[in-house]
Design a binder for this molecule. Structure first.
Ligand SMILES: Nc1ncnc2c1ncn2[C@@H]1O[C@H](COP(=O)(O)OP(=O)(O)O)[C@@H](O)[C@H]1O
Ligand SMILES: Cc1cn([C@H]2C[C@H](O)[C@@H](COP(=O)(O)OP(=O)(O)O)O2)c(=O)[nH]c1=O
Length: 195
């Protein structure tokens, strides 16, 4: 069977980094993330931490970072599964909320390879806020914004936008331990006959 390209999405504090790393380890895959650790990804992080930038520029930077990332993903997929922490869906959510037209977002991301599956980690906004307590807050991390982001993810899934080959898996993580969520993910992937 061909190697799989799996994407994790969700609001900040939903457990994406924790769960994508756990899954990558479990399936002997490669963990990767966006923004990447490349030059464009570093510039994006400076902007998210407060460096001034027009929202259109930021949308283009995320797309540019993704161009480089997709080349890397294609290379690695020849050898192993890829587990990706945020992808084009984050642009469809966050940049759209910032007021960028969805058609424009899809246009500048048209090279983005479709993943096999999207795992959406859902969480109560109050709980995500507690999980992130003490961490540096970036521009998108306040409760009002988290609610908007969560609603936008629901919209994408409902409208089946950029639907992956095996569709979407939505997991409610509220009140669940890290191990429990990991088990839920493995069960859902098995049910879809992905592994
Ligand atoms: N199911 C969970 N229950 C409690 N804490 C969690 C859970 N999943 C993750 N965390 C903790 O919440 C914080 C944010 O998790 P992280 O994986 O970085 O989320 P994200 O990448 O979605 O922002 C981390 O400190 C992590 O250890
Ligand atoms: C990939 C991507 C991320 N983002 C935002 C979402 C996050 O708030 C921020 C940085 O992500 P990151 O700090 O990795 O997220 P998390 O706190 O969930 O681990 O970048 C976009 O606005 N557009 C995008 O295309």
């Amino acid at each position: 069977m061909a190697n799989k390209f799996i994407v994790f999405e969700g609001i900040d504090g939903s457990g994406k980094t924790t769960q994508s790393k756990l899954l990558a380890e479990k399936i002997n895959g490669k963990y990767t993330c966006e923004p990447t650790n490349g030059d464009i990804g570093k510039l994006i992080r400076d902007i998210l931490s407060g460096k001034k930038c027009e929202k259109e520029t930021l949308a283009l930077l995320f797309a540019a970072d993704r161009v480089e990332h997709v080349v890397d993903i294609e290379q690695h997929l020849k050898k192993t599964h890829i587990v990706c922490d945020r992808y084009v869906y984050s642009s469809m959510v966050y940049q759209a909320i910032q007021g960028i037209d969805l058609n424009f977002i899809m246009n500048i991301n048209q090279f983005a390879k479709k993943p096999d599956i999207l795992i959406f980690l859902d969480v109560d906004v109050e709980e995500s806020f507690k999980r992130m307590n003490g961490k540096n807050k970036e521009i998108f991390e306040n409760k009002e914004m988290l609610n908007k982001v969560r609603a936008k993810y629901y919209e994408i899934i409902k409208k089946r936008l950029f639907e992956p080959k095996y569709g979407y898996i939505k997991i409610n993580t509220t009140g669940k331990s890290i191990e429990e969520v990991h088990d839920n993910i493995l069960t859902e992937l098995r049910e879809k006959n992905i592994f």
